[in-house]
Structure formats: C-alpha cells, structure tokens
Design a protein around this ligand. Structure first.
Ligand SMILES: Cc1ncc(COP(=O)(O)O)c(C=O)c1O
Length: 387
C-alpha cells in the first residue's frame, strides 16, 4: 500500500500549464513535468509561507545549504562543501550563464545527441557552436562513443561539454567508470564539463545516479554540476536550482556570471520548497519512483504484446520513455503528428533531440495509471491507423 496518492488524476487543463495547453480532449504526454501533486509536506510548507502574506526579497539561508549537503551525502555518497554551492533560479539559466562565463563567442560546446533539445538552442543563442558526439545505439541500447568524444574534445575550439547525467531522453544512468573516462578526456583536452543533474533522483528502485563530481578527483575539479529538486518533486514552476563548483577560481567566475545574469536570487518559495523536499520528502520520492517504475513496466508489457512494430529502449532513469519507431518505416515528425491528429495523444518527436533521434518518440509517463492506459490505447490506435 502506498502512503501517497499517485492514482487520482489532477485536472490541469486551464491552469496555465505549458504541458496542458492543448485542445480539450487531447492528452499531453510531452513536456517533462509530472501530473502528480507534489509531496503534501511541500504543499503545507508553501501554504504556511503564503499565509504570512509578505513577499519581500528573500535570501538563501543556512538550511538551504544544509539540505543539499545532507541529501547528496545520504543519497548519493558525495560530500559537498558549503562553499561550492550557489543558488540559481533554474538549471537552464545556470548552464547558459556558465557557457557565457567559460567560453567565448565562436567557441564550440560538446553535446551527446540525442539530448535535451535546449542544450543545442542555448549554445547557438549564445553565439557558440554545437559540436555533436552522438551516442551509439546498438542492440537496442545506448552507450557513449568515447573514441568519438575524444576526437571531438581534441578540437582546440571545443571549450566545454554539457553532460546530461542521467540522460534525457534515453533514460540512462551513466556508470562511474564511464563518467571518470569522460572526465579524463575533457581534462586532457582543456574542456570544462557542465553536468546537468536535474534528473538525478528519478531512478528505478534499487538504482541511483552517480554525481559527475564524485567519479574522480579530476571530474570534481574540472566541472560544474547543476542540480535541482524541481524535476524530481514536480516544482519546475517555483524556479529553484543549485550550482556546485569545487574549484575556487572557476567558482568565482561562475558566481560573477550568475550575478551579472540576475539568476541568483530566490523567490519567496524557491528555497523553502527545496529544503522541505530534501529534508522531509524522501519517502514521497521513493514511492513516486516505484509508481513510475510500475508505469514503465506496463508500457513495456503493452508494447511487446500489442505493438510489435515499436520497441521500448530499456531505461533506469527519468520518467521519459524513448520508443524506437524505425520498424514502422516512418520518421518521428510524421508519426507524432499523425498520432496527435488521429487520437489527440501529444508525445514528442525524437528529431527534436537531434537528427539521430528521428526514429524515436519520447513519452512522459509521470501520470496516474488510468491516464497511462488512455495514452497507450491512443498510441495503439495511432500506430494502427498509420498503416
Ligand atoms: C536535462 C534537463 N535540463 C534542464 C531542464 C530544465 O531545467 P530548468 O527548468 O531548471 O531550467 C530539463 C527539463 O526538462 C531537462 O530535461
């Protein structure tokens, strides 16, 4: 029996939700937020803060640092020093600011496609150039091509790499050895690693992610990590994240950047939500992960029984499923549009995450089981109508 309720659908239509800005009757399973209410402890803390009624400027207090330090120590086996941590209003504002601080216009930034589409857009919006090291898709699984990564990193124009750890959209936790090797390659080629760890705590029961900075001394010294409670506790609208930088000189540069870019000030709820999540809501998170795992298994079963032309890439992180549609003979844009038009199911076309994603669809399964069933029925109908 679960203590928390993930089964009851929450009406989000008409609530200013980006994900739910759809036609009535459509079912959005795209943008990466959850259709679950966050942990009740967080809701109560926010209500109590709201009751105070004064929403003046807020500061980052000791409890915020302690919450991050203790959570990462307890859950992820890394001892972060308080001095490493800086509040930021979001993971993307932080990465974007870091790119401006550590690279110059015209420099190249490495990414491993298919990957969260905003990486490529933030690089080009900042007048930097994307250098792609595609992941290898082999025997139905993804892995990094370290030979290719080393070749790309050795280009003297490549100054930074954005690592997605765990990886969206392929749903993968990277092993410690692989991360250490990425760290070695980047260090030897003077490439700074920016590790996006926003999906850190959405992992299958029994598995956990490896913080990049914990993989080796080199990884720790030649990186910045960006973490947040927002993806894992469904708080994206509260704008609350954290940059961790162990190296002092690098940290000073990053700190100056986030101040200049005005992304270092919390709102009245952002620290409170993070502190409550990390200090009080571990059991909620564990149940949420168990629920998502149940959904993942259900999709795997459904696809293998009823949709033999699809293949679910096995994953152990994120609530985003990466589905191979190559056997349908159609590309992702066409299939996603067709499914939406014929069934109202809105899932993301894989080409969004890089050209190498064009044979895939991404489906967000952080929703009640009954909603998932509706999604699967629509998916089957859409695929059946394709032929
Ligand atoms: C890998 C990754 N990084 C960052 C973000 C967004 O971060 P934020 O909302 O804190 O800017 C997302 C959202 O989907 C994501 O998947």
């Amino acid at each position: 029996m679960m203590k928390y309720d993930f089964d009851t659908p929450v009406a989000r239509y008409g609530t200013d939700s980006i994900k739910w800005k759809v036609e009535e009757g459509e079912l959005p399973m795209w943008v990466a937020d959850m259709d679950f209410r966050t942990a009740p402890q967080i809701i109560e803390a926010i209500k109590a803060r709201a009751d105070h009624g004064v929403f003046g400027y807020s500061d980052v207090e000791d409890d915020w640092y302690d919450a991050y330090i203790n959570w990462w120590d307890r859950r992820h086996g890394i001892k972060m020093d308080r001095s490493w941590l800086m509040f930021v209003t979001g993971v993307i504002p932080a990465i974007s600011s870091a790119i401006r601080s550590v690279t110059d216009p015209g420099d190249k930034v490495l990414i491993q496609t298919p990957v969260y589409n905003v990486f490529a857009s933030l690089i080009s919006h900042n007048n930097r150039v994307v250098s792609e090291s595609p992941l290898v898709y082999e025997n139905g699984q993804y892995h990094m091509d370290l030979t290719d990564l080393e070749a790309k990193a050795s280009d003297p124009d490549v100054k930074a790499m954005i690592l997605c750890n765990p990886h969206n959209p392929v749903g993968k936790i990277w092993d410690r050895d692989i991360l250490a090797e990425v760290g070695r390659i980047c260090h030897e080629n003077n490439v700074l690693v920016i590790s996006d760890e926003i999906h850190c705590d959405i992992t299958s029961p029994g598995s956990s992610y490896v913080p990049f900075a914990s993989a080796s001394d080199i990884c720790r010294e030649n990186s910045i990590s960006v973490m947040a409670p927002t993806k894992c506790f469904n708080l994206a609208g509260l704008h609350s994240a954290c940059i961790s930088v162990a190296d002092k000189t690098l940290r000073a540069k990053i700190r100056k950047g986030i101040f200049t870019d005005d992304c270092s000030e919390p709102n009245s709820f952002s620290c409170l939500a993070a502190v409550t999540a990390f200090n009080e809501c571990g059991d909620w998170l564990d149940e949420m992960n168990a629920y998502v795992e149940q959904n993942r298994r259900r999709v795997a079963e459904f696809i293998s029984e009823k949709l033999p032309e699809l293949y679910l890439v096995p994953g152990n992180a994120t609530y985003l499923l990466w589905i191979d549609i190559s056997a349908t003979g159609h590309k992702s844009l066409e299939v996603a549009r067709h499914i939406r038009k014929t069934t109202g199911l809105f899932i993301t076309e894989g080409v969004h995450y890089g050209k190498c994603g064009d044979d895939f669809l991404r489906m967000n399964i952080a929703c009640p089981a009954s909603v998932l069933e509706d999604g699967l029925t629509r998916l089957k109908k859409g695929i059946d109508l394709l032929s």
